[in-house]
Ligand binder design. Structure first.
Ligand code: NAD
Length: 285
């Protein structure tokens, strides 16, 4: 079997179009743009690119995307004051603080200062708890994007054996919660898991979110499995690769995401979707 490629770019474009339609309807109905405010502290080169892309993507979807840059020397109090000011502004629907923050800043305190209803990254403990208890919430963007990719396959998740490799708060754990909420039988594997190959061989759905090139070997993939590769790594040739040995896995899977062009484009698309969801919820309440 050769897998069908799950084209994240095309699916993300579809999500962005749906978001633009909702944002336009919101503007007509409520007389203002849906608004996302992005806070960046310091000059980390990758974070500068990510935050600019987020603000630009908002504008392309007919939303307001404002980037607030603060010096790396900012204190926790400075950042808290900024975040609280944005949260208090009724015209702001989403507030996102780009991670990682400089080491001297209390990241937990800053993330906790983002009101749950404006927490479009889904990192606030209230949203994490709501997800775990199966209640409506803003869901972390990358796992939300993975679910959308899985839905595009049409493969039934109910009762399916799913293995999530990686247990981070941002990807692995919420991914497992989302799969569980859709009635999959979920295993979370991590750095201490013994015999990872044996665990992955059981899976009808594999989600790899580790950050190690080719950690998941092609011959571990159960024939017909759906493979979602979240990893973004540079291999020895400087090429972008995922966590899954793509060449081996593509011969066995039914569906597989490429890296780049799989999960990556979905993350910003789901951020936009979360922001419009936050705006719609704010006017409905
Ligand atoms: P993380 O470092 O926070 O977590 C990595 C997880 O992998 C940990 O839970 C750890 O237990 C597990 N792990 C480490 N070694 C392992 C091993 N040998 N076997 C099994 N599990 C092992 O990383 P993260 O933030 O979850 O990100 C994971 C990867 O996904 C990274 O490559 C990151 O760049 C990428 N990522 C991509 C997107 C996107 O938009 N595509 C978004 C977020 C993260």
């Amino acid at each position: 079997m050769t897998a069908t490629i799950l084209d994240g770019k095309a699916i993300a474009a579809k999500v962005r179009k749906e978001v633009a339609e909702r944002a336009s309807a919101f503007r007509i109905r409520h007389g203002r743009l849906v608004g996302l405010e992005v806070v960046l502290v310091g000059d980390d080169a990758a974070s500068v690119v990510y935050t600019r892309n987020k603000a630009k993507a908002c504008e392309e979807a007919g939303m307001r995307g404002v980037l607030h840059r603060m010096p790396a020397s900012s204190s926790t109090q400075d950042v808290l004051a900024k975040v609280r000011g944005l949260v208090a502004d009724a015209s702001v629907d989403g507030v996102l603080v780009q991670l990682p923050l400089p080491k001297h800043i209390d990241t937990t305190a800053v993330l906790d200062a983002v009101a749950p209803e404006k927490d479009v990254d889904g990192f606030h403990p209230v949203n994490v708890g709501r997800l775990a208890s199966g209640r409506p919430c803003l869901v972390s963007c990358t796992p939300a994007g993975c679910m959308r990719l899985l839905d595009e396959t049409g493969v039934s998740l109910a009762g399916a054996r799913a293995v999530v490799v990686g247990r981070s708060t941002i990807v692995g754990k919420p991914m497992a919660q989302l799969l569980l909420a859709r009635d999959a039988t979920v295993t979370i594997a991590h750095s201490k898991t013994r015999d990872l190959g044996d665990v992955v061989r059981e899976a009808e759905i594999v989600v790899a979110a580790v950050g190690r090139p080719a950690l998941v070997r092609g011959d571990w993939i159960r024939p017909g499995a759906v493979v979602i590769d979240v990893g973004i790594n540079r291999n020895d040739d400087g090429k972008l690769v995922g966590d899954v040995d793509f060449a081996g896995a593509v011969e066995r899977a039914s569906w597989i995401t490429p890296v780049p062009g799989g999960v990556g484009p979905m993350t910003i698309a789901m951020l936009l979707a979360n922001t419009v969801q936050a705006a719609e919820a704010a006017v409905a309440s």
